[in-house]
Each structure stands twice: as structure tokens, then as C-alpha cells.
Design a protein around this ligand. Structure first.
Ligand SMILES: Nc1ncnc2c1ncn2[C@@H]1O[C@H](COP(=O)(O)OP(=O)(O)OP(=O)(O)O)[C@@H](O)[C@H]1O
Ligand SMILES: [Mg+2]
Length: 317
């Protein structure tokens, strides 16, 4: 240990029985302190350090401070703050005639790796909430903290970067680009990410294969049925392996066989660590989530637990 790095002030503070640690010690820190004392005493007794008593105290104090600060930071890391923290979010849409309060005072935490389902009647604000979560829209009031950053402080390029790199969308209305083929639609977000052509091709074909749309890769959206367009929208979102997937009624236009397949893909993505927020009216699917948030008239009125926390799995349904 480099004693010369310990300042005079620290040396003074180091004398005495409660060195450096300004906060009251937790039981774990107290145990560490005991170990440190024992360690220092044994080191002193075998003559490893100076036998000067002041130095011994400094060594003890410095070691303790270093371990306590490591403990403090490790405590922070083992209790991570939520990936998404919404605090009193409201959204008001103003049109010529009407003022619509789409969201009112929404406070919600979503942890990394959660599979959250959002349900509620038509018009209750589900899509509005997803748009805010995905930085496509801004709240009228309240604060949104994403991965430790206050979203309101992000500039446009930072917002786009997060959308491109971290967020995948499956929109309720698919949002496929009419002038692009199925292949090009799925490829587009990967182009924005700057992936090489060869990697893009691999990812696009794999994603289309998963949703069984490879045979339609050169078709345009208007040549596809609603269900097929939805599967392409799913492929586009999955191809980017997003950290956060926002899925608005991802099975809304699918028969039960294709719906179950899409749900399996979402589960797979979630098992790979992605955080999923999915809007669905279908109780069979919402129950697959780890948590179900129930919205009504722009308010969260209830939360319940899905199968990821012990309820039946898709296979059991
Ligand atoms: N751009 C907008 N301008 C004005 N009003 C809007 C806008 N977008 C949504 N709204 C209104 O906000 C409310 C919530 O809409 P939202 O689309 O979030 O509902 P939803 O829960 O997704 O409904 P659904 O289940 O039918 O998709 C509705 O009353 C809607 O008319
Ligand atoms: Mg909607």
C-alpha cells in the first residue's frame, strides 16, 4: 500500500476507531471491518508493515475505506435501478375541437429483461404509452428516465440513435414502407445501424425464415394480406435483436397458429435478455408475460402476475 498517497488530512481522519466511512455501517460492512482489523493485526504481528502505531491505523483505515466504498458500489450494482422509470406521465392531445387526455399520471418501472404486457379497452392509451416508451412521442408532463438518462434532456440525434440501436417496434398498423419490398423493409433498420451488406442479408433472411415469409421477400406490402404484413413487421423488429421490444398487438391479425409462433419468438427474444412491452387484447398471450399492467382511461388501474412468475406457460395452454 502506498502510504504517501494518503493525505495529511486523511491521516488525521484515519486515527480513531471509525475511519473514513462517513455512512453508518451495514451489518455486512461491519463484518468486513472486523476482517480488516484482524487482517491488519496479523500483518502487523508478522512485521509486514511498519510497527509505527499511526501507520498501522492509517493502513487499517485506508483498507477499510477502500473495501467499504467497493461494498457501496457493489450494493448499487446488485440492486439495479429500473431500465425504464416513468414518473407521473401524462399525455394530452389537442385538436381543434377536443382535448384528449390519453394518459394521466402514469408511474411505472420496468426492469431490464422483464416481459410486460399492457392490456385495456380500445382508446385507453396503450399505443400512446408505447410511443412514449419508444421515444416516438413526448409526454405532456412527467418524467421518463431510460437506462439512467432523463429522456427530456436528449437531443434529436440521441433520440434517433437510441431508437435505431436499442428499440424494436412492432406497430399496430405494421408501418411497412409501401415503396420497399418485404426484404428491404426488414433490412431498413439494419441499414440505419450501419451493418455490412453480408450481415444484413444473413439477418434479414433468418428473420423472414422465422416468420415463414421468405417466399414473399420480393413482394410489396400491398401484395400481402394483413397477417402476412404483420409477420413482416415482426421480422423487421426481430432482425435487429433489440434491447427493448415494443410490440403493439403483434398477434392482432394472425390466426392462432401464427399467433403462437410469434409469441414463441418474443419469448425467445426475452430469454436472450431483451425487455419486452407488449400490448395485447388476447388473455392467452398476456398471461405469458411476467407482469400484466391494466390500463383504463389513461390510468393504470391494476397490475397482475403472468406465467413468467409462475403462472402456466404457452405450452400448457
Ligand atoms: N395523434 C393523436 N391526436 C389526437 N388524439 C389522439 C392521437 N393519438 C391518440 N389519440 C387519442 O388518444 C386516446 C388513446 O389512443 P391510443 O391509440 O393510445 O389507444 P389504444 O389504447 O391504443 O386503443 P386501441 O386498442 O384501439 O388501439 C384515444 O382517445 C385517441 O383518440
Ligand atoms: Mg392502439
Amino acid at each position: 500500500m502506498n502510504l504517501s498517497s494518503v493525505s495529511k488530512g486523511e491521516r488525521t481522519k484515519g486515527r480513531g476507531s471509525t475511519p473514513f466511512c462517513k455512512r453508518p455501517l451495514s451489518p455486512r460492512s461491519t463484518t468486513v471491518l472486523k476482517i480488516v482489523k484482524k487482517y491488519c493485526n496479523s500483518q502487523l504481528s508478522i512485521g509486514y508493515h511498519s510497527d509505527n502505531k499511526t501507520d498501522a491505523n492509517i493502513i487499517r483505515a485506508t483498507l477499510t475505506a477502500s473495501i467499504c466504498s467497493k461494498l457501496d458500489s457493489s450494493t448499487t450494482m446488485t440492486t439495479p435501478s429500473p431500465l425504464i422509470h416513468l414518473d407521473s406521465i401524462s399525455k394530452v392531445f389537442l385538436t381543434d375541437e377536443i382535448e384528449t387526455h390519453a394518459l394521466e399520471n402514469i408511474s411505472l418501472d420496468i426492469n431490464e429483461g422483464e416481459f410486460l404486457s399492457i392490456s385495456g379497452p380500445s382508446g385507453c392509451g396503450k399505443s400512446t404509452l408505447l410511443s412514449i416508451l419508444g421515444l416516438l412521442d413526448s409526454p405532456s408532463a412527467g418524467s421518463y428516465n431510460l437506462a439512467g438518462r432523463e429522456v427530456a434532456t436528449l437531443n434529436n440525434s440521441e433520440r434517433s440513435r437510441i431508437r435505431n440501436l436499442d428499440v424494436g417496434f412492432i406497430f399496430q398498423s405494421f408501418n411497412l414502407i409501401g415503396d420497399l419490398t418485404v426484404y428491404e423493409n426488414v433490412e431498413l433498420p439494419l441499414v440505419y445501424r450501419g451493418l455490412k451488406t453480408s450481415e444484413r442479408k444473413e439477418r434479414v433472411l433468418e428473420a423472414l425464415e422465422k416468420v415463414q415469409m421468405s417466399h414473399r421477400k420480393d413482394h410489396y406490402p400491398h401484395q400481402l394480406s394483413g397477417g402476412q404484413q404483420q409477420r413482416v413487421a415482426v421480422a423487421r423488429a426481430l432482425g435487429g435483436s433489440p434491447r427493448i421490444l415494443l410490440a403493439d398487438e403483434p398477434t392482432g391479425n394472425l390466426d392462432s397458429k401464427n399467433g403462437s409462433k410469434v409469441m414463441e419468438m418474443l419469448q425467445e427474444l426475452n430469454e436472450g435478455g431483451a425487455t419486452i412491452c407488449m400490448v395485447t387484447h388476447d388473455e392467452r398471450y398476456s398471461d405469458i408475460a411476467s407482469r400484466i399492467v391494466h390500463l383504463f382511461d389513461g390510468n393504470i388501474i391494476d397490475e397482475s402476475i403472468g406465467s413468467r412468475n409462475g403462472a402456466p406457460t404457452l405450452a400448457a395452454l
